[in-house]
Ligand binder design. Structure first.
Ligand SMILES: [Zn+2]
Length: 167
């Protein structure tokens, strides 16, 4: 039997979502668990929310008028303690990354962690579910944080309905 291929996806663990413009205590509290996952992972990839100076003119910016993850800014950077040197990064200018989902489809087990549970984690988990119908997809709750505790729980419930394992 061929070996099981496992992938860890770290979603948007960038300063602006942890301790910057859109940061939260919940996001900071998720860092140690995410760090453990990275340390144990066979392969890890990252998503990096990436906007330009025109952010406020974009659809997302009109609905969330808080500039964040502007390319090249300190807030755009992935937390260095979570980054495995040389690992692949999928930049994205919206919630989900099609390129990530296509990449993840080559794996048998895909684990996700990161922020925000109810925006970018759920978007990417469901995209991966669509691209990899036979894969085990798992989200580690303790290594995620939502825009609120209620939104976090609601997103986990939605993902569970879509046959994503919640760990
Ligand atoms: Zn964004």
């Amino acid at each position: 039997m061929p070996a099981v291929k496992r992938l860890l996806v770290v979603v948007d663990m960038q300063h602006d979502f942890v301790d910057g413009a859109l940061g939260s205590e919940a996001a900071q509290a998720a860092v140690p668990a995410a760090k453990t996952l990275v340390a144990q992972a066979e392969e890890v990839v990252y998503t990096q929310d990436t906007h330009g100076e025109d952010y406020l003119d974009t659809h997302e910016g009109k609905l969330l008028p808080v500039p964040h993850c502007i390319r090249g800014s300190a807030g755009w950077e992935i937390l260095p303690e979570l980054y495995r040197s040389g690992a692949r990064i999928f930049e994205k200018n919206t919630f989900g990354s099609l390129a990530l989902a296509e990449y993840a489809a080559a794996f048998d087990e895909i684990t996700l962690c990161g922020v925000c549970t109810d925006i970018c984690v759920v978007s990417n988990a469901l995209l991966i579910r669509a691209f990899a119908p036979e894969a085990r997809v798992r989200v580690v709750s303790a290594a995620c944080a939502g825009t609120s505790p209620e939104a976090h729980e609601a997103a986990l419930l939605t993902m569970k309905s879509c046959q994503i394992e919640i760990g």
